[in-house]
Design a protein around this ligand. Sequence first.
Ligand SMILES: *[C@@H]1O[C@H](CO)[C@@H](O)[C@H](O)[C@H]1NC(C)=O
Ligand SMILES: *[C@@H]1O[C@H](CO)[C@@H](O)[C@H](O)[C@H]1NC(C)=O
Ligand SMILES: *[C@@H]1O[C@H](CO)[C@@H](O)[C@H](O)[C@H]1NC(C)=O
Ligand SMILES: *[C@@H]1O[C@H](CO)[C@@H](O)[C@H](O)[C@H]1NC(C)=O
Ligand SMILES: *[C@@H]1O[C@H](CO)[C@@H](O)[C@H](O)[C@H]1NC(C)=O
Ligand SMILES: *[C@@H]1O[C@H](CO)[C@@H](O)[C@H](O)[C@H]1NC(C)=O
Ligand SMILES: *[C@@H]1O[C@H](CO)[C@@H](O)[C@H](O)[C@H]1NC(C)=O
Ligand SMILES: *[C@@H]1O[C@H](CO)[C@@H](O)[C@H](O)[C@H]1NC(C)=O
Ligand SMILES: CC(=O)N[C@H]1CO[C@H](CO)[C@@H](O)[C@@H]1O
Length: 528
Amino acid sequence: MRSLFPITSLLAVCAAGSRILLARESQLVSRASSNDNSSIPNSQPLAGHAFIGSPVHASPLAPKSRFVPDVSMMHADSGNSGVFDYPSPLRNISVTTKTVRNGIFLYDHQGRLTGGGVGPNGFELYALDPKTFEILAKWIPPSNQRLILPYMEMTQDDEVVVSSKQGHIFVVQRNNTSNPPTFSIIRDINLTAYIPPGEELLNSMYDSLSNIWFTTGGIVGARDLPQNSTTVGYVTSSGNVYKRHIANQMVENGIAVQNNTVFVVTGPSVQGGHCNATGLILALQASRHHKNGITTVWSDVYDAGNKRKPGGFARGSGTTPTLLGHEYLAITDNANERVSMLIYRQARAENKQQLICRVPIFAKGASAVDTGAIGHCNRQGRCGAVVVNDYNAPPIALNAPSDVNDAALNNYTRMGKGMARVDVFRADNGKEVCELKWENDLRLTGEGVLSTQTGLLYTYSQDAELAIEGKYVWYVKVVDWESGKMVWAVRTGTGGTFNSMAQGNVLTPDGRLIQGTLSGIIIVEGAA
Ligand SMILES: *[C@@H]1O[C@H](CO)[C@@H](O)[C@H](O)[C@H]1NC(C)=O
Ligand SMILES: *[C@@H]1O[C@H](CO)[C@@H](O)[C@H](O)[C@H]1NC(C)=O
Ligand SMILES: *[C@@H]1O[C@H](CO)[C@@H](O)[C@H](O)[C@H]1NC(C)=O
Ligand SMILES: *[C@@H]1O[C@H](CO)[C@@H](O)[C@H](O)[C@H]1NC(C)=O
Ligand SMILES: *[C@@H]1O[C@H](CO)[C@@H](O)[C@H](O)[C@H]1NC(C)=O
Ligand SMILES: *[C@@H]1O[C@H](CO)[C@@H](O)[C@H](O)[C@H]1NC(C)=O
Ligand SMILES: *[C@@H]1O[C@H](CO)[C@@H](O)[C@H](O)[C@H]1NC(C)=O
Ligand SMILES: *[C@@H]1O[C@H](CO)[C@@H](O)[C@H](O)[C@H]1NC(C)=O
Ligand SMILES: CC(=O)N[C@H]1CO[C@H](CO)[C@@H](O)[C@@H]1O
């Protein structure tokens, strides 16, 4: 495969593949120069069917699990569930587009929208009109600070917590009493003294005790520094910092928080020659009784295989941990032949294994996962975790590509297939068991989002037959949560301008779907 950008020294012995670029999770699409009302142009002649399948009725699910602290994040909440209790488009579907600058959409419970995107001088925060996505106010960080927008969080008090690669955590208050709203910085936490050379800050999230947890790390497949070690710790509300150093591992994903427990997954560091190696999953709590202020509630190792998968972003697990209700947690491993869904107990397991099950998914030799699972539990406590296969995915453009319709970027037909749901539940004998609930053969560019009001998963895809001919026709594809079957698909546009570049999507409180693309956002609306 032709790589579009210099790979240089980032790929060490263990690393495979040449998929470079902007973090898969970054959602920082928008390369448009300003937020205006123009729509995304088709960069190829229109082709394909406008609509496939037929509209369906809603099959409502149990409401989503609530996690503490109750925050809005890219993966929906602090459990990274990817689930919304909002309605979602069912029938009478219409598609509109906008060339907005914003790439992150965090709605609070009042329906206020805060986001982040690319300004003239780098990443910045926005207060946005929740309907039109117009920028109402912005916050620009100090000039030498590059914000890590994908993992920012917004509390229900409208505090935005966002870290920078240069080692600061900014807590920015959105003032919603003024019109237009305003932003003011309430904390600038300088962690540089605590971060060793060769590491960069990645995550920052509140726990329920008002500590802000942080980890260093990066997305090696997105040109972040490969780290030989990781620092995990927290800052108390009075500014004390506690931390722990983990050798030969690096954080390559987001983290999850439930109450006072923080879940972190690490992968083997790329440098240092750890080719056939294990990664770690850790459950940590703040504790004043330990020397470094951190208690390991439990930890376990997983099979990280011996290299990064072709097209992959992470050396180890590509999944941000997903909390399945208040009992279970899902990640995937990076085993060589075939990756597995791993389901753990959230609470420390006494006299039992922490790991409940390991369920292989997707085809042998063509199996990889690079985004966290969607997690949802029904009223009987049966929980499902859904992931998509992105083995051998094309690279993602870091900058505007010179040829937007380049086959190397747009032809997804060689990517591995499949979306899989693994369930964990208590059998009649009271024992916890897992099963592969379903696995379909759809080729999807993201795991999507789930609406509990309709029971539908919204994902993104292209027409395979036309892609072979070099015509890139893109669809929002809708999958039934219970059966794994596609119910309908609506065409969004043609050509590379409609390539999602592996970005995710969100549901808005009023039931619209927003999907990021190379050139802006797609808005799918329908009657409920
Ligand atoms: C965009 O359209 C909205 C209404 O849909 C309007 O209120 C707004 O002024 C327009 N913005 C620009 C920049 O034209
Ligand atoms: C379907 O959508 C169109 C516009 O997109 C609207 O005029 C019409 O009222 C809608 N019909 C229903 C049944 O919602
Ligand atoms: C919010 O804005 C209003 C109106 O400008 C102002 O009166 C108020 O003091 C601000 N609140 C905070 C917490 O900054
Ligand atoms: C952050 O802390 C480091 C180390 O203590 C110091 O050198 C640096 O000047 C600080 N940066 C800012 C912006 O205060
Ligand atoms: C990481 O380890 C490798 C191999 O030991 C070494 O060459 C490299 O300099 C280290 N990188 C950092 C940033 O310390
Ligand atoms: C949350 O953590 C506190 C300790 O900080 C504990 O007392 C409480 O029981 C926990 N709640 C839940 C639901 O786990
Ligand atoms: C990796 O380690 C496993 C378990 O120790 C072993 O079975 C396997 O052969 C090793 N693979 C390679 C490529 O060294
Ligand atoms: C797209 O990729 C397939 C292999 O998956 C290949 O057969 C086809 O020729 C490619 N099409 C273009 C236009 O590159
Ligand atoms: C500054 C301000 O007014 N913040 C408020 C914004 O709205 C949230 C939720 O209603 C309040 O908790 C904040 O105090």
